[in-house]
Structures are given as structure tokens and as C-alpha cells.
Design a protein. Structure first.
Length: 510
């Protein structure tokens, strides 16, 4: 255990705890008196969460039978909140294999219940016409229901909450485009649900009777078209009424690229969301109420869900985002240790500057990097690189930050991911942009022999093949401008911040 656990409720295993729903479910389970164990491929990503010390975190992967078996030992309720979407053309097979492993190991471990969050499937649509995303979600549900472990499958359509991919897509489309030419799926009826209600039902499902083994449709009180949702979002957000013109020519593939250009959600994630909206997704039953009754004020309506989400965004209280989980296909290798690393070429660009500011002022600038603060050098070059990444199907620069001031391990930061953070000393970022290799950017705070503040910066690139080597040498002429300018401007920003702080202190003394 990371910390002493005095709760006596059921022990719950949460897979996908680094993701959007899993990261929010863990504290809800803890507050309900449950004991929580998290299964994560990279446990370090959970280290800085405020609830981490109250949980047990184990390393593993749902496709690895041994690590799954170890994680399920002495578990009462297992939450399955992972999927392989975007990991390649064979993601359906990966999902299928992982679900079978999980179900078999859960039965062998004597798990009392599996709880799975899947997608709401349309009525009367042939299996082959469903999007691969919905088809795989539905198949995972069926595999878990047939596992021999009593299983609750919760099927939801669009989830409305601060930081969810569906909400970010809706928010940016509506806010950035007063006039929209839209795909025909904006006329499809949808039953959205507030993330708070999803979490409430997930927690409540832990205590279902042993004879319950079935799927439940869950949704909010409103059935709307996507067009209705955009218009109502605009009204709640205080925006002028939007003009929406649907056209039949925008296929899911084309509309996903359109979404990728306008919103922070990359085309690889936008496409399954768009494909899922081709068919009507409305709850066929509300049987979940027999086991998890609605308390007063629930379920939350669409307008209130949007208000709550916007309040979280404006107050910088977004606890998890759609980008909390690593981007499918992005590199996950940790920075190789050198000089003793023997895995091949490592290119580095090192910069060092003395800073006329105390170490804490320099650290504030480093920890605040990215998002609205930018990258302190040649904004056009960063914007161009972000744009090229979007065109290549990557995440680009639009993911921004979860919190404007604070970072934690595992946070997405534009097209980087926080791989390591030691407050006051080190920030290491791993690139999630499309590259012919692996890349890291490291920033350190230290002092020299004379006690002066020192800023050290290192960019590291591990090329893949000849193209990777060509890429490094092709961009290296710009390093003095990009990386040199970054080091210079970060040092300057820290010095200016220290100067303003000192000026403010002198004024207050007077």
C-alpha cells in the first residue's frame, strides 16, 4: 500500500486509472469507503494524484495474464475501463484478447463482480454497420458477461464533463465557429449523460446482487440532436446563436479531419466519436434505477451538465482530461540513461545559462511552460510544427494544460507528456508528436559553485532508422533559434518575475 488503509469496504481494482473516467472514479470509490487498487502500465503517472497515497498501485497490462492475475488477487469488484482504440488496425482483436484475459483471470481469482463502461449501441442496426469503435465496445461487454463472473455492463452515449473528449469537441466547435457547415450526423438523436451521473452509477454498481449479470443503458433526462446540443451549449455559454448548415457530403473520415483542425481532439480520436454519431443512440430501458436509484437532483440535465463543466474549466479545476491517458500509438519508452545506454544513437542539444533570479522564480517559469504561456521561443516555428503534426494525424499543440500553474507526472502538455517532475528541480517531457524516433525535453534548476541560479536544458532524440537521422540533421540548423531562444527567454522571464516580486515587496514595505 502507498498509505495505511483503514477502510473495510470491498476491495476494488480500477483498470484505466490514468484515463479520464478511471482517474475520477478512484476518489469516488475511496469516498464511498471502498479499498482501491489501481492497475497501470506506468504507475508513476498516478504518483502525483491527490488520492494516490490512499490507494495501492500495481504495474501491469490487461493483455498480460500474469500481471492481471496478480492485480486481481483478493479483489471483490473489478472495474474494466480500458480499450485499445487507435492502437492500430488490429485494435478489435487486442480488445477481444484483453477482455478474455481479464474475464478468465477474474473468475479464477474469485472476483465477485466486474463493472464495465461501454458505448450505447443503436437499435436495429446490423452488426456489420456499426462503427468499429462501437462494435468492439459491444463485443467486450459480451465477453465479460460470458466470463462466469457476474458483470454489470453500463452503456453510455456522449459523456458531458469538463475535459471529456465529447465535451471538448462540442465546446470548441461551438465556440470557434459562429457559422458551421456540418455533417448530416448533427441531426442524429443522442441521449447525453453528465459525467457525475456516470461516476455515481459506476460506484453504485459495486454493490449489485450476485444474480445480476446484464447490460444497462444509462443516460441523462434529455434526448437531443447534436445540433440541439451545440445551440444549447451556445446559450449556456452566453454566445450568440450559431448558424448550422448540415450537408450530406462530409463522411466520418472527412468530418474527423474537420474536427481535428478546429478542436484539440485529434482526428484519430475524433473519427470514432463521429462514426458513433451516425446512428441514433437513445436508452431503450432505465432498469439501472432498480439497483442504483437516482438521488434528488439526478440525473443531471444537459444544460446543467454544461454549466458544471464550464465552471470547472473556468476555475481551472479539471481533474482529468481526455488526454490524461497516453495518446494511442505515442511512444512510451522512458528516457534512456546515458552515458551507459547501449541502445543506439542518442542526439542531444544542451543549453546552460546563469539566471539572475532565485531558484524558485526559475522553477515557476518552468512549471508554467506551454499552454497559454507558450514555449518561450519562435512562436511561429512551434505553431508550424504543431500544425504539421495535426496534418499527420497527431495531437498538435492544442491540448494545452490541465492546470495553468501546476504539473504532475502523466499530464499532457501540448504535444508533450510529463514523464518526470521533481518540484523545484526537474521537468522532463516526452514528445507525443509524430516523429521518426523518440524525443525528450528536459529542464533543470540548479546552482553553480558561486551559488548563482543555473538553468540547464537538454533535448534528446533517439532516431528510428535512416529517416530519423535525416530528421535530426535536417532540423539541427534551427536548434540555436528554437532551443537557444528558449533557454535565453526562460532565464529572462525568471529574472523579470523576480524583479517584479522584489518591486512589489518594496512597495508593500513602504
Amino acid at each position: 500500500m502507498n498509505g495505511e488503509d483503514t477502510r473495510d469496504g470491498p476491495r476494488c481494482l480500477v483498470t484505466g486509472a490514468t484515463g479520464y473516467i478511471g482517474g475520477r472514479l478512484v476518489p469516488e470509490l475511496l469516498d464511498a469507503g471502498h479499498r482501491v487498487r489501481c492497475l497501470a502500465r506506468s504507475p508513476g503517472k498516478l504518483r502525483d494524484h491527490p488520492w494516490a497515497a490512499r490507494t495501492e498501485v500495481v504495474r501491469g497490462d490487461v493483455t498480460d495474464p500474469e500481471s492481471v492475475a496478480a492485480a486481481l488477487r483478493d479483489v471483490d469488484v473489478a472495474y474494466y475501463l480500458v480499450h485499445a482504440l487507435g492502437t492500430g488496425k488490429n485494435f478489435e482483436e487486442t480488445d477481444r484478447r484483453a477482455a478474455r484475459v481479464f474475464g478468465e483471470r477474474a473468475r479464477a481469482a474469485g472476483v465477485r463482480r466486474i463493472v464495465y463502461l461501454g458505448g450505447l449501441t443503436p437499435t436495429g442496426v446490423p452488426w456489420r454497420e456499426l462503427s468499429p469503435h462501437l462494435r468492439s465496445r459491444a463485443e467486450v461487454g459480451r465477453i465479460l458477461l460470458a466470463s462466469g463472473v457476474p458483470t454489470t455492463v453500463l452503456r453510455a452515449a456522449v459523456i458531458i464533463g469538463s475535459g471529456s473528449a465529447s465535451f471538448e469537441m462540442l465546446r470548441y466547435l461551438t465556440e470557434r465557429l459562429p457559422v458551421m457547415v456540418t455533417p448530416s450526423w448533427v441531426g442524429t438523436r443522442i441521449q447525453p449523460i453528465a459525467v457525475r451521473d456516470v461516476l455515481r452509477v459506476l460506484v453504485g454498481s459495486a454493490r449489485m446482487p450476485a444474480d445480476v449479470n446484464r447490460a444497462f443503458d444509462i443516460g441523462g433526462p434529455d434526448v437531443l440532436t447534436y445540433r440541439d446540443m451545440m445551440l444549447r451549449y451556445a446559450a449556456v455559454a452566453g454566445l450568440p446563436r450559431r448558424v448550422i448548415v448540415p450537408v450530406p457530403v462530409l463522411t466520418p473520415r472527412l468530418s474527423s479531419h474537420w474536427i481535428g483542425l478546429v478542436t484539440p481532439v485529434p482526428a484519430a480520436i475524433a473519427r470514432p466519436l463521429a462514426e458513433s454519431l451516425r446512428h441514433e443512440v437513445v436508452c431503450r430501458e432505465h432498469d439501472i434505477l432498480r439497483y442504483v436509484p437516482d438521488p434528488p437532483g439526478h440525473p443531471i440535465g444537459f444544460d446543467e451538465a454544461v454549466r458544471l463543466a464550464l465552471r470547472r474549466v473556468r476555475d481551472a479545476q479539471v481533474t482529468t482530461r481526455w488526454s490524461s491517458a497516453s495518446v494511442p500509438g505515442a511512444p512510451s519508452d522512458p528516457l534512456p540513461t546515458d552515458p551507459d545506454w547501449a541502445g543506439g544513437s542518442l542526439y542531444t542539444d544542451r543549453r546552460e545559462r546563469t539566471v539572475d533570479a532565485p531558484p524558485e522564480a526559475l522553477w515557476r517559469v518552468i512549471e508554467g511552460i506551454g499552454g497559454d504561456h507558450g514555449w518561450y521561443s519562435f512562436p511561429l516555428a512551434w505553431a508550424l510544427r504543431g500544425g504539421l503534426d495535426r496534418l499527420a494525424g497527431g495531437v498538435g499543440l492544442r491540448r494545452g494544460r490541465r492546470d495553468a500553474q501546476r504539473l504532475r507526472a502523466g499530464d499532457s502538455l501540448d504535444f508533450w507528456r510529463v514523464e518526470e517532475i521533481e518540484p523545484g528541480r526537474l521537468l522532463r517531457l516526452r514528445a507525443e508528436m509524430r516523429l521518426p524516433g523518440l524525443a525528450w525535453l528536459e529542464m533543470r534548476v540548479g546552482t553553480d559553485a558561486r551559488g548563482r541560479t543555473l538553468y540547464r536544458q537538454r533535448a534528446v532524440f533517439h532516431p528510428h532508422g535512416l529517416l530519423g537521422h535525416a530528421y535530426w540533421w535536417g532540423v539541427s540548423p534551427f536548434h540555436a533559434l528554437v532551443f537557444g531562444g528558449m533557454a535565453r527567454n526562460i532565464a529572462g522571464a525568471a529574472a523579470e518575475q523576480a524583479r517584479l516580486t522584489q518591486a512589489g515587496e518594496r512597495t508593500s514595505v513602504r
